[in-house]
Design a protein around this ligand. Structure first.
Ligand code: ATP
Ligand code: MG
Ligand code: MG
Length: 350
């Protein structure tokens, strides 16, 4: 069969590779790590830096289509890759999701609601932003943040200096704190033919800035806001001419859905789809990238719950095996570290 190249070798790449193998494809991983979790289940691994154009060029020649599972790759390097092999989603979509200010402006231009925000480049810029936007709020690095890293919360102007010392960078964003009732995400799969399907929206609960749990179906607070959020997601995906699985995170607020950020890739809040949806986010991403028709995204059980196994929690995997409703996923990452996503458990309920 054909070979799919995946840039990035983490657990997302691992689950994409498994889905690809089920459809008869070979997978070739490109990652800088010595033993990437995705490498265990791939036919081939090229070890290379994300900005090593020569190695990327060789990788491009060795695969039939390419995609990525890691968005903190230099968009220029992926644009180079796209000159040598068909890359989905396109590198422009990746670039849009890499920088929080441009991303929010883009989504706002399509009619999306965002937290009030200002681009911040210095401590005095932060002080000006908090004066205009108000407090409480969050200072975030505009690029490369994940799992709540690179963020500092501010209760008021007095916190500016500490926050700036903690995470301030020349490209940062200050956001007003959204008074939300719950968080959810829209997982949208868009095929090469431009048709898209939207998964039932999970209710996402975070602990310490890290996703802890996704549950479906979401309760009424979220359910009432999904239609508006989904319509926005279609606009975003169409505007980017997106092919693959795209994720948008939202806050359900009294004013309606507030867009937080997007990820141009399969997403942790979609892991439940492996057993909990008729077609997983990983399979639909592979289908889209390979130009195949998309599969049914509806729930395969009445109720679904996904919990992350973060840090030490993975050591309790034996308890999971005795629960007949539970499906255990362990990512094969070596070292257990606090805050590190080591695996997840999905439970299906009739
Ligand atoms: P991810 O791992 O999802 O990529 P991230 O590091 O990019 O995370 P965000 O998604 O921006 O960070 O923020 C992490 C969490 O912090 C959010 O899910 C939400 O719980 C909280 N948060 C972020 N921004 C705001 C905001 N403006 N108002 C209220 N809560 C927020
Ligand atoms: Mg993020
Ligand atoms: Mg997020």
């Amino acid at each position: 069969g054909a070979t799919i190249g995946i840039v990035g070798g983490g657990q997302l790449g691992r689950m994409l590779a498994i889905a690809a193998a089920n459809l008869g494809y070979r997978v070739h991983i490109y990652a800088p790590d010595e033993a990437p979790p995705a490498g265990d289940v791939a036919a081939e691994v090229t070890r290379g830096a994300y900005d090593d154009l020569e190695a990327l060029g060789r990788f491009a020649k060795a695969v039939d289509v390419a995609t990525f599972e890691f968005e903190n790759v230099d968009a220029g390097a992926l644009a180079f890759l796209a000159e040598h092999v068909r890359l989905s989603p396109n590198p422009e979509a990746l670039a849009k999701g890499q920088e929080r200010v441009g991303e929010k402006e883009f989504v706002a231009s399509l009619g999306g609601r965002t937290a009030p925000f200002r681009a911040v480049e210095s401590l005095s810029g932060l002080q000006a932003a908090i004066a205009e936007v108000g407090a409480p709020g969050i200072l975030k690095t505009a690029r490369f943040g994940y799992d709540g890293k690179g963020q500092a919360r501010l209760a008021g102007p007095a916190d500016c200096e500490t926050a700036w010392e903690e995470v301030g960078q020349t490209s940062s964003i200050y956001e007003g704190f959204v008074d939300f009732e719950a968080e959810f995400s829209i997982l949208i799969a868009r095929g090469a033919d431009g048709k898209s399907l939207i998964y039932p929206a999970p209710h996402n609960e975070h602990e310490d800035g890290i996703l802890a749990r996704s549950t479906l179906p979401a309760g009424p607070v979220i359910a009432d806001q999904v239609e508006e959020a989904a319509a926005l997601a279609v606009k975003v995906a169409d505007a980017l001419d997106y092919v693959g699985l795209l994720t948008l995170e939202f806050f359900a607020s009294a004013e309606g859905p507030v867009f937080n950020e997007m990820a141009p890739r399969v997403h942790n809040s979609g892991h439940w789809t492996i057993e909990g949806a008729r077609t997983s986010q990983f399979e639909n991403h592979i289908r889209a990238v390979c130009g195949l028709p998309l599969g049914d995204v509806s729930l395969s059980a009445a109720r679904v719950e996904m919990r992350n196994l973060i840090g030490d929690a993975v050591n309790h995997w034996q308890d999971v095996l005795s629960d007949p409703a539970a499906h255990l996923h362990i990512y094969g990452k070596g070292e257990v570290r606090p805050g590190r996503k080591m695996g997840h458990v999905t439970r299906l309920f009739a």
